[in-house]
Ligand binder design. Structure first.
Ligand code: AMP
Ligand code: GLY
Length: 439
């Protein structure tokens, strides 16, 4: 039976169970207008702010049923998989307001080939790229580019949870990358992309979009590699800082660069998608390389980044509920300033350090007890990811376990605050990077 929540205090369902979703719940819970918060499936940290329901993030029918039964006025979708599976479409078909793109628009992330097409048609700067269905031809092309340019990037044209990209140096490495990715994606019939290798620092710039207008969040820098010095295998993300430096100059220059990214990358992408009949409503994430020729897109994601969101949301000086609702109702233009024009705490800096299980991103044990200092120092927040309760005690239950986020008036102080708490968390064998915010 469907119930309705007639009050102006919206009930919100958050879909997902990671640090990103905990950060979203934490920020929404601060809204003076918020009704009840539900999460599916959530985690113990989210459970302190929301009622968690044991419904999987890709159980589309189960989530629609939950949203109706819990009288949710708004659904906020965290991860990409449910979006690619059509969760937003299924909610909208039931008249439920949802923050997240349609499956058609989510292809901006689920198909890198489609994303490249949007970029080409909109004139958005990105690396040159060719797509192949034939592994032999892909191997030849990858070898040739590596030989000529001294390197190449090989990508799988499917969602691959961060494992579908290999940056190769030599022609041999390039050929091996094609074989490896071909073996991963062959059964799904995924294309192989052979892409020009770009050079420069990376940044993640996210915006909320109502399909026409955008609201830009402060830029972040994430660290995907498992080990210090950006070494080791790729992971879901070991930490992030915000605001990220976009140019090696002062804050004013950073803002000018952010405005340029908005003008040449984010707005053209949203305008192009609308013009092609696939308007994008939700969070658009641009993974950028700041090359000597200006910022270029490495990838678009159809959702907020993780761990970037954990570092970014504490800096946003506007009610997240207002922002998300405005995005869902085509009214973002009315919300006012965004990061490029000043809607954030620009005097503040945040550092997020992810504490992961020993062995992550490879094999790891779960069920390790976790002991958290209580109270936490002012300015520090913990966001849960792979945690569970075992007989009421907090234990690890995944690869990335906890994000520690410290906010302060300088980058150095936010880093110190964060690592101070990281060092005081009892979690035997915890694996984390020591250099977040220092490189
Ligand atoms: P993606 O999932 O496409 O963002 O790629 C993952 C990581 O691979 C990025 O964060 C970059 O470090 C690297 N990468 C992807 N594309 C390129 C490129 N064209 N040139 C250099 N590095 C890249
Ligand atoms: N941290 C990168 C991502 O969320 O895809």
């Amino acid at each position: 039976m469907t119930t309705r929540n007639p009050s102006s205090r919206p009930n919100v369902l958050i879909v997902g169970s990671g640090g990103r979703e905990h950060a979203i719940a934490w920020r929404l819970a601060q809204s003076p207008r918020i009704g009840r918060i539900f999460a599916a499936p959530g985690n113990p940290g989210i459970g302190r702010l929301a009622a968690c329901a044991p419904v999987g993030a890709t159980d589309v029918a189960g989530l629609v049923k939950l949203a109706r039964e819990a009288a949710c006025n708004l659904v906020v979708v965290g991860p990409e998989a449910p979006l690619a599976a059509g969760l937003a479409d299924a909610m909208r078909a039931q008249g439920i307001t949802v923050f997240g793109p349609s499956a058609a628009a989510a292809r901006i992330e689920s198909s890198k080939h489609y994303a490249k097409g949007v970029m080409a048609r909109a004139g958005i700067p990105t690396a040159h790229c060719e797509a192949f269905t034939d592994l032999g031809r892909a191997r030849d092309a990858a070898r040739a580019v590596a030989r000529e340019a001294g390197g190449v990037v090989v990508k799988l044209d499917c969602l691959a949870a961060g494992k579908g990209v290999v940056v190769a140096g030599s022609p041999e490495e390039a050929a091996r990358a094609v074989d490896e990715l071909g073996a991963m994606g062959g059964s799904q019939g995924c294309k192989i992309l052979v892409e020009e290798r770009l050079a420069g620092p990376e940044a993640s710039v996210m915006c909320l979009s109502d399909g026409v207008d955008i609201w830009v969040l402060p830029p972040a820098r994430d660290h995907k590699r498992a080990l210090d010095g950006d070494q080791g295998p790729n992971t879901g993300g070991m930490g992030a800082v915000a605001p990220a430096r976009l140019v090696a100059d002062a804050m004013l220059a950073d803002r000018a660069m952010l405005a340029a990214i908005e003008r040449t990358i984010l707005r053209p992408a949203i305008e192009q998608m609308a013009a092609e009949g696939t308007p994008f409503v939700g969070a658009l994430f641009a993974g950028l390389m700041l090359t000597s020729e200006g910022p270029k897109v490495l990838e678009f994601n159809c959702r907020l980044g993780d761990p970037e969101t954990q570092a970014v949301l504490p800096l946003v000086d506007v009610d997240l509920l207002d922002l998300v609702e405005a995005a869902c109702h085509g009214q973002l233009g009315r919300v006012g300033a965004s990061a490029s024009s000043g809607g954030v705490h620009y005097g503040l800096h945040s550092t997020c350090v992810v504490m992961a299980s020993l062995g992550y991103p490879g094999h790891y044990e779960m069920g390790i007890p976790i002991c958290v200092p209580d109270p936490l120092p002012t300015g520090v927040t913990l966001f849960h990811a792979g945690t569970a309760l075992d007989d009421g005690k907090l234990v690890s239950a995944g690869g990335r376990v906890i994000g520690v986020v410290g906010v302060a008036s300088s980058a150095a102080e936010s880093r110190r605050l964060t690592y101070d708490v990281v060092g005081r968390i009892g979690f035997e064998g915890a694996h984390y990077r020591r250099d977040i915010g220092a490189i």
